[in-house]
Write a protein that binds this ligand. Structure first.
Ligand code: NAD
Length: 366
């Protein structure tokens, strides 16, 4: 493979700052392997509202459609918070992107290096070796998309709001397949999280996952847990999990809890994989940091670029099949951080470096 064609949507707030670092790291790592990057930039989010009057302009969508992957910054910020909810950057750009490209599988590593355990709100003795788990969240079904979804006035004058939770067996099977392949490359354990004691959806979820694993991956150790217990267990002993598999809303909540216990949003990457393969035979996907646009530190050279760099590494792995190059970048981030080069969010005193210097440290460690 010699050319990697991807769309770059830097977004708002710290997005452009950390994206610049990620592209530098990618360029340097790819050069060493004789690989050319062919990427074009487009506006999405608040900046697109300001420049084009829409959070996801047609031109941006066209560029993404012509690419093999999307490297995404974060979008949104106080400037656009007073817009009607349907026009706000995340709802008007990110959700349509997920829908348009059928990005059904969200993969979020929960990784905390042992050297950074003091960044976690958990007691260090609970996580002496850091944290290393993955959450696989179904992203295009369930309560966030099911119809009907409306607020209606009743004949007696009262008002009710309805959201609908729907899952098909085929949707559950395809996300179970992602969890299984993730677990195969790790500790070979999947914990499927649901609320099967209350929800019909969860009964189907549990049965389908059980049947899928039995038929396709008997080597995987499968367990099931109710979501309320999973939330407690994550805070008590996160490393009891290897791969967590769950539906859209439960995954939204659990993956954010996972982010908190891992110390800093500045270190956490994510991938959202689609249903179609690109011309390299790998999945089209969108890769973005787990955090948002961090308006409190935007423009101050304080943002940690590692999450964006690690998201770029995930793009190499999942959309281009370049595992060795992805490993190299991930190791470089780890070496840079564990050798003591720290941005403010992951330091415990001492001298902190800025966004660009962190990028240089990663490049030195490639
Ligand atoms: P946030 O993730 O932007 O910030 C939460 C805290 O984490 C802040 O203190 C911030 O400084 C810190 N943080 C986040 N990323 C960091 C990094 N790379 N380095 C250092 N510190 C970092 O969450 P928020 O403040 O709730 O949201 C801000 C804006 O971002 C909102 O408009 C929100 O809608 C948007 N947002 C977008 C996405 C997305 O684009 N996918 C996701 C979450 C939030």
């Amino acid at each position: 493979m010699d050319t990697l064609k991807f769309a770059v949507l830097p977004g708002d707030g710290i997005g452009p700052e950390v994206m610049a670092v990620a592209l530098n790291v990618l360029r340097r790592a790819a050069e060493a392997e004789g690989i050319t990057l062919e990427h074009s930039e487009a506006d999405a989010g608040g900046i697109a509202i300001d420049r084009h009057g829409a959070a996801l302009p047609d031109e941006t969508l066209r560029l993404c459609g012509e690419s093999e992957a999307i490297l995404f910054g974060s979008i949104g910020g106080p400037k656009w918070e007073n817009l009607p909810p349907k026009d706000q950057p995340e709802r008007a750009a990110l959700l349509p992107l997920r829908k348009h490209f059928s990005l059904f599988a969200n993969i979020r590593p929960g990784l905390l290096y042992p050297e950074l355990v003091n960044a976690s709100p958990l007691k260090a003795e609970r996580i002496p070796d850091g944290i290393d788990i993955v959450c696989i969240r179904e992203l295009t079904g369930g309560l966030y998309f099911g119809q009907p979804k409306e607020t209606r006035e009743l004949p007696d004058g009262d008002i009710e709001a309805v959201d609908t939770m729907v899952y098909r067996k085929s949707e559950i099977e395809r996300i179970a397949a992602v969890a299984v392949s993730t677990a195969r490359a790790r500790g070979k354990r999947v914990c499927s999280v649901d609320k099967a004691n209350v929800l019909e959806n969860s009964v189907l979820w549990r049965r389908t996952v059980t049947e899928y694993v039995a038929a396709n991956a008997p080597e995987i150790e499968l367990s099931h847990m109710y979501v309320d217990n999973a939330a407690m267990q994550l805070a008590r002993d996160p490393n009891q999990f290897d791969v967590i598999l769950t539906e859209n809303m439960f995954g939204d909540i659990l993956s954010d809890e996972m982010a908190v216990i891992c110390g800093s949003l500045g270190m956490l990457s994510s991938a959202s994989l689609g249903t179609v393969n690109n011309r390299h035979g790998h999945r089209f996907g969108l890769y973005e940091p787990a955090g948002g646009t961090a308006p409190d530190i935007a423009g101050k050279n304080l943002a940690n670029p590692c999450a964006q760099v690690l998201s770029a590494a995930m793009m190499l792995r999942f959309s281009f099949g370049l595992d060795a190059l992805a490993d190299r970048i991930e190791s470089a981030v780890r070496r840079a951080v564990t050798s003591g080069v720290r941005t403010a969010d992951i330091s415990f005193g001492g001298k902190n470096v800025g966004t660009a210097e962190m990028g240089e440290a990663i490049i030195r460690n490639l």
